[in-house]
Design a protein around this ligand. Structure first.
Ligand SMILES: *[C@@H]1O[C@H](CO)[C@@H](O)[C@H](O)[C@H]1NC(C)=O
Ligand SMILES: *[C@@H]1O[C@H](CO)[C@@H](O)[C@H](O)[C@H]1NC(C)=O
Length: 352
């Protein structure tokens, strides 16, 4: 267990933040009562510059909400880390494209703000239900009609996670998902430890998604998860390419990884803690490596996107008639330069 406890959490900072938030909501509520219209929104102006730097990971809460007539766009807050990131980035991309200011819901803020230095402001929870949202459902790839979404108060819905919504803003999206310093430092400290006395190393982050997918993939989606043979091929690809490759493995099925990944060369580190309730440690570790081996899931897609190196992914892991393919377009999920290794689907075929 390489990560120390989160060092900078400070309950008094939380208290100050809470008081601050309630002040904001009381005053906005007052405006709301008085004006009896939605013009209250433009009367709120809150600065967060007073937050001391050691509370960095608590911000941004309500940052500067000062908007003349850009309306307010948001996105639903569904799923865990990878999905939330996909929703955030899609909102960021589409709001910008349509010329509106993006805000996130409190639930999303709660999931993402402790990990990343987000810049989108949060909507105070008291206000969320008072806004006449137009809900607008998205499928998981960019479409022409998404360039012209009508509405001043739009709430995007769905669980989009496709680079086609935001890759033209890659630099900005990476900035949005810049890690808080203490998380970054923890990851780097661990990687230095792995390096030990070696002169050079090339870090390959390996994310092995197991858990619920082991049953969900075959039972619901006519698909498979990554097997031993996929991991061998992917690791050998990097071993051949980089003589100094070391593999940093994170998984929610570490026992399986230890049994199935060949660590006999001394270049495999079973590093992650696999804690699904606090995924940021494993996530940061993979994202700080130079290259990525991913298996299935948006967690791996995002860790690969942030790492920004070569990415090897498991391709074609469902049967062609899988209902999964109605929701998920591989060409919109995996970047064109990523390297796909096709899955072995034989476990799904009838045994003769
Ligand atoms: C590889 O990753 C490490 C850790 O993040 C970083 O320090 C190093 O600069 C990276 N190497 C290259 C060639 O990008
Ligand atoms: C996945 O299947 C499609 C359709 O059969 C094929 O065109 C593609 O090359 C396959 N991808 C990989 C990485 O094998």
């Amino acid at each position: 267990m390489y990560f120390p406890k989160r060092p900078t959490f400070n309950p008094s900072g939380l208290l100050v933040g809470l008081c601050f938030l309630s002040l904001v909501s009381i005053s906005t509520f007052w405006h709301l009562q008085r004006n009896d219209s939605y013009s209250w929104w433009w009367t709120i102006s809150v600065k967060n510059t007073s937050d001391p730097p050691e509370h960095e990971h608590m911000t941004p809460s309500v940052s500067s909400i000062r908007n003349k007539d850009g309306g307010m766009w948001t996105v639903n807050s569904l799923g865990r880390l990878g999905n939330q990131m996909g929703e955030y980035a899609t909102l960021y991309g589409l709001a910008k494209l349509n010329g509106h200011q993006a805000y996130i819901l409190p639930a999303m803020h709660q999931k993402l703000a402790p990990i990343f230095k987000l810049t989108l402001p949060m909507i105070p929870s008291e206000l969320v239900d008072k806004i006449p949202w137009r809900k607008y459902h998205l499928h998981d790839w960019m479409s022409e009609e998404y360039r012209h979404i009508e509405g001043k108060y739009v709430q995007l819905t769905g669980t989009p996670c496709s680079y086609t919504f935001y890759d033209h803003l890659r630099h900005e999206i990476r900035q949005e998902f810049a890690f808080h310093d203490y998380i970054k430092e923890d990851a780097n400290r661990y990687l230095l430890q792995v390096r030990g006395q070696r002169k050079t190393v090339t870090y390959i982050g390996v994310h092995v998604r197991r858990g619920d997918y082991i049953t969900v993939m075959p039972n619901t989606w006519k698909g498979v998860v990554a097997d031993k043979s996929y991991l061998d091929k992917a690791m050998n690809y990097f071993r051949e390419k980089y003589h100094d490759a070391v593999f940093v493995v994170a998984s929610n099925g570490m026992a399986w990884c230890k049994e199935n990944m060949d660590a006999s060369r001394g270049d495999v580190y079973f590093a992650g803690d696999g804690q699904e309730s606090s995924p940021e440690r494993d996530f940061a570790l993979i994202a700080h490596c130079n290259h990525t081996i991913m298996t299935i899931g948006t967690f791996g897609i995002w860790a690969s996107y942030l790492a920004g190196g070569e990415t090897v992914y498991l391709a074609n892991y469902t049967l062609p008639d899988s209902p999964f393919l109605k929701l998920f377009k591989p060409s919109a999920a995996f970047l064109p330069e990523w390297i796909g290794i096709p899955a072995d689907l034989s476990p799904l075929l009838p045994k003769s």
